[in-house]
Design a protein around this ligand. Structure first.
Ligand SMILES: [Ca+2]
Length: 281
């Protein structure tokens, strides 16, 4: 009997010790994870700050998206910061299909028409334009069956809102999102032809040949103004949305260490010096 009691007591004590050790282990682990994620958050933030200042200097020379990894930027902490920069002014500003005054223009040079051309260019359903329009415009008059259901009736703050729009699938979004932006003016929208990708240029100029010529010629020297564009491409018809400088950039800064990572996505406006969008995850 005494032996049984002793064995039971021993088993109980062993279980308690194991439980305690496990508790200490997970507690310490949580603490380290928390500490690391705080450090990673600050690292990611430094990545954004440095990039924003760097863009102040190089914004006019920026031609294509870049990715810059920096290994162990701090002496006492092993990790990597990877910064990705892309020009937002080279993309189609989707909010501009509904201007601030809510009057949607549908003539040839209008943002709405350029968006339709971009959808065609990407082999996407043209009706996506009307669905996006109903999502953004303040009224509740549906262009298509369910296009006003649960609509935001306001401008998009981030592109992933498009996933909430009725009739826009995940695949549509994946195809479209590299070429559009939620940034930019709704009343005087601009696209920088020195950085825009081919589908955007083709949609903007409604002409394959001119888009190709722009891409070839801008590699030699960026276009500086309308006259320069006219002289070098021989094209006299310059769309209203054309611009030659960028003022909004997307920066994604990812800090990682030992499998843990923190990412900050942001859009900074280099003219107004404002942060237009900020998401940390
Ligand atoms: Ca609406």
């Amino acid at each position: 009997m005494a032996l049984v009691v002793t064995l039971l007591a021993l088993a109980l004590i062993t279980a308690m010790v194991v439980e305690f050790a496990y508790g200490v282990y997970t507690g310490t682990n949580n603490l380290y994870n928390w500490r690391d994620s705080q450090r990673l958050s600050l690292m990611a933030k430094s990545g954004i700050n440095v990039t924003a200042q760097y863009l102040e200097i190089v914004k006019d020379k920026f031609t294509e998206p870049v990715e810059l990894p920096v290994e162990n930027p701090f002496e006492d902490f092993h990790g990597t910061i990877t910064v990705r920069i892309a020009d937002e002014t080279g993309k189609f500003p989707i909010n501009s299909i509904v201007p601030d005054n809510q009057i949607v223009k549908k003539d040839n040079d209008s943002p709405y028409k350029v968006f339709i051309s971009l959808l065609k260019e990407l082999s996407l359903d043209e009706k996506i334009a009307d669905r996006a329009m109903d999502w953004i415009d303040k009224d509740s008059i549906a262009e298509l069956g369910n296009s006003e259901e649960n609509a935001k009736n306001d401008a998009l703050i981030s592109l992933d809102e498009l996933l909430l729009v009725n009739g826009i699938s995940k695949d549509d979004y994946k195809k479209l999102s590299p070429y559009i932006t939620a940034s930019g003016s709704r009343t005087a929208p601009q696209i920088n032809i020195n950085t825009a990708e081919k589908p955007v240029l083709k949609a903007l100029f409604a002409n394959d040949d001119i888009a190709d010529r722009i891409i070839t010629l801008r590699k030699i020297a960026p276009f500086t103004n309308g006259g320069d564009l006219e002289d070098r491409t021989g094209n006299k018809n310059i769309p209203t949305m054309v611009t030659f400088q960028s003022n909004a950039f997307f920066i994604s800064s990812m800090a990682s260490s030992g499998g843990v990572k923190r990412i900050i996505d942001t859009v900074v406006n280099t003219s107004s010096k404002k942060v237009e969008y900020w998401k940390e995850y």
